[in-house]
Design a protein around this ligand. Structure first.
Ligand SMILES: Cc1cc2nc3c(=O)[nH]c(=O)nc-3n(C[C@H](O)[C@H](O)[C@H](O)COP(=O)(O)O)c2cc1C
Ligand SMILES: [Fe+2]
Ligand SMILES: [Fe+2]
Length: 409
């Protein structure tokens, strides 16, 4: 029976739960070291605030820890920085045990609350600048949307300089030693978490860091993994670096990056790819590159997609579909900021030829700008058809350079 609570600062204690066995999180993340659902209690002269809860299955640990530090009647506020079930799982039960407590959620969480708790509950909303008082303690809220869901917010305990950062600065890293100076090396988990949860929202990360910079932060208390108290600035700088880094080609040459990804069994789509690249390369200011999807690993796909201003994907039609690596490539957009990139599709086919249009449609859903109709060529491309491919590449590259007006297609 766990009884461990841990002092985070003079009036803040950890009351979360440990999940050493979890190996996959939110479907998309591998968690070799398990995780924790961090929850905190803040004690003031007038009463206490509970900062987030835990995943439902871990409620018992959470309530045991909570009860070892306060009576339910003392709870003035329940603050939910983020409504994802890994943090809201014990909310309903906590509210029924402490009916007098005021629930505080972000403005953007209002519409989600009903989807999480299927009954009407009273709540107050918080936006940047709102404060609550626990008597001698003041908590100020900060709106930090999309980190990790639209509803996410953070808060700051002024008197003890503790930042409750939500999922920001989290790691899926179970270690009951809990503090960054005591636990094992969690650096990979910290970066992995950033890459999977924060990387698609880099602009929002930078906005959040800007808000945080108003405060003198001594301790970062995130919702997962180690509590960061040794040198909080180090972690802040890492997030800043990862969110603002310019990829090296863009940075070095100031050019637009156009990448042609293709796959080909009898060289037909490959021939098209080469001509498309040649066409793109003929436009000044564009760095055109070509990649065979058969040999690209996922991490490289993500980096290349991120670096590219324009992405042209080629797939033969095989059994009425584009090939799996082409879909895998597009599924990597889940890890990246969407919108604004230019896309186009092409491929050789034998009789039905659906692949290019299917890829085109998928890119549309992913908010690519699609300035050209997809091109498909029956079996072996002729010299004239290869000229079309050249023009296609040049056209997309010119759009990437902003030299041509996009036509509605
Ligand atoms: C197993 C297999 C399944 C295929 N299925 C289709 C299909 O459903 N529709 C179609 O238009 N072509 C189909 N094709 C024909 C290819 O799309 C065509 O040969 C194309 O030129 C291959 O281009 P590549 O050399 O770039 O791989 C199929 C070919 C193979 C080998
Ligand atoms: Fe989350
Ligand atoms: Fe979380």
């Amino acid at each position: 029976m766990p009884t461990l609570t841990a002092k985070v600062s003079q009036s803040v204690d950890f009351i979360g739960a440990f999940d050493p066995k979890i190996r996959t999180f939110d479907i998309i993340m591998k968690t070799a070291n398990g995780s924790s659902y961090n929850s905190y209690i803040v004690r003031g002269s007038a009463g206490v605030a509970i900062m987030d809860t835990v995943k439902k299955e871990f409620s018992e640990d959470f309530f045991l820890r909570l009860e070892s530090l306060c009576d339910y009647e003392e709870i003035l506020y329940i603050v939910l920085h983020h409504l994802e079930p890994d943090h809201s799982g014990a909310l309903e039960e906590l509210m029924s045990r402490a009916p007098q407590a005021k629930l505080i959620i972000s403005n953007r969480a209002v519409l989600m609350l009903k989807g999480i708790i299927k009954s009407d509950v009273a709540f107050e909303t918080a936006n940047t600048g709102k404060t609550i008082s626990l008597g001698d303690k003041t908590i100020e809220f900060l709106s930090t949307p999309f980190l990790h869901w639209p509803d996410t917010m953070s808060s700051y305990l002024h008197e003890e300089k503790v930042l409750f950062s939500g999922d920001v600065f989290g790691s899926h890293y179970y270690d009951e030693r809990l503090f960054d100076d005591k636990v094992g090396d969690f650096s990979y988990a910290f970066k992995y978490y950033y890459d999977h949860i924060m990387r698609p929202f880099k602009q929002y990360v930078l906005q959040a860091l800007n808000l945080y910079s108003r405060f003198d932060i001594q301790t970062i208390a995130p919702l997962h993994g180690p509590i960061l108290r040794t040198n909080p600035q180090y972690y802040i700088e890492k997030y800043e670096e990862w969110s603002s880094e310019e990829k090296f080609r863009k940075h070095t040459f100031g050019k637009k990056m156009l990448s042609v990804f293709y796959m080909s069994s009898y060289d037909n789509t490959h021939k098209m790819a080469m001509k498309i690249m040649e066409g793109a390369d003929s436009i000044e200011g564009v760095v055109a590159s070509m990649y065979d999807l058969a040999s690209l690993e996922e991490n490289n796909m993500i980096d290349l997609l991120e670096e590219s201003d324009a992405i042209i994907i080629g797939s033969p039609t095989i059994n009425g579909d584009a090939v799996k690596p082409a879909w895998d490539l597009l599924s990597c957009m889940a890890y990246l900021e969407s919108g604004g990139k230019i896309g186009a599709a092409f491929g050789s086919y034998g009789w039905t030829g659906e692949a290019p249009e299917m890829l085109h449609d998928r890119m549309q859903w992913l908010k690519f700008r699609l300035p050209a109709k997809p091109i498909k060529i029956k079996l072996i491309p002729t010299a004239e058809e290869l000229e079309e491919c050249f023009d296609f590449g040049a056209h997309v590259a010119e759009i990437a350079m902003g030299k041509m007006v996009e036509m509605e297609i």
